[in-house]
Write a protein that binds this ligand. Sequence first.
Ligand SMILES: C[S@@+](CC[C@H](N)C(=O)[O-])C[C@H]1O[C@@H](n2cnc3c(N)ncnc32)[C@H](O)[C@@H]1O
Length: 256
Amino acid sequence: MTMIKNEDVTAAFDEVAPRYDLMVALNPGYHVHLRSAAHALVEWLPGPALRAAGSDVSILDLGCGSGASTRAVLQAAQAAGLRSSIVGVDASLAMLEQARAKQWPAGVRFEMGQAEKIAWSRYEWELDDPIDGVFAAYLFRNVADRDAVLAGIFDVLADGGVLVAQEYSITGSRPWVHALWSAVCWLVVIPLGWLTSRRTRLYRYLWRSVRSFDSIQTFVDRLYRAGFADVEVRTPPGWQRGILHTFRARKPPAVS
Ligand SMILES: C[S@@+](CC[C@H](N)C(=O)[O-])C[C@H]1O[C@@H](n2cnc3c(N)ncnc32)[C@H](O)[C@@H]1O
């Protein structure tokens, strides 16, 4: 297995950042799947009736990229009648520049940082203490020490807080799933990457890193080991069925 270094992943995202939104716009379902995962996050947040009067729900979008996931979370919170304070964090400055260039309401901001450093960077990022929900779309595949990042997320979350992670996972799946993933990457994603950005490094890495990412069960086990409860996994309909997965988990509420 080739392990890609953090700085290589960040450089690969920096390289394609100006064309990233165009690339994901060409991926049917990308925004729909983000919206559905964001809805899953908001569904488990305490609703307006349960919140202290005037208090915002605080959400961390870890690996926010160009802001597509941040937008999905913001809209899901608005649709649920929640006022939110959202911090998007990403390791790639060029991706953050794309996010910051968009229009956002007060209460949404972006910080540069590594997910691996969440334990001590939470102060630098000026995260609320505690956070109600953490969203991590297409992040965990890029993280070498997933247990440490999950422990950090668990720590910043409020009792009863929610984590939603969206990721491609095919390890342990049937051979046709692997064949489909390789066909989509080599016949569609990598050529489109070349056409949109004249770069293929990130998209070849996407192909490889999904093949070596955790199986669904391995990631679920990590969530339970980190202390999360009520772990759920969903997969969308369509060709990504069995390939894309939304993991939802809750930090157990405090026992009174
Ligand atoms: C595939 S993009 C997804 C962006 C966004 N969440 C979305 O759904 O559109 C993954 C993002 O994670 C960021 N990333 C990768 N590894 C990271 C790490 N260790 N810490 C923080 N960000 C990271 C990358 O820079 C990139 O912007």
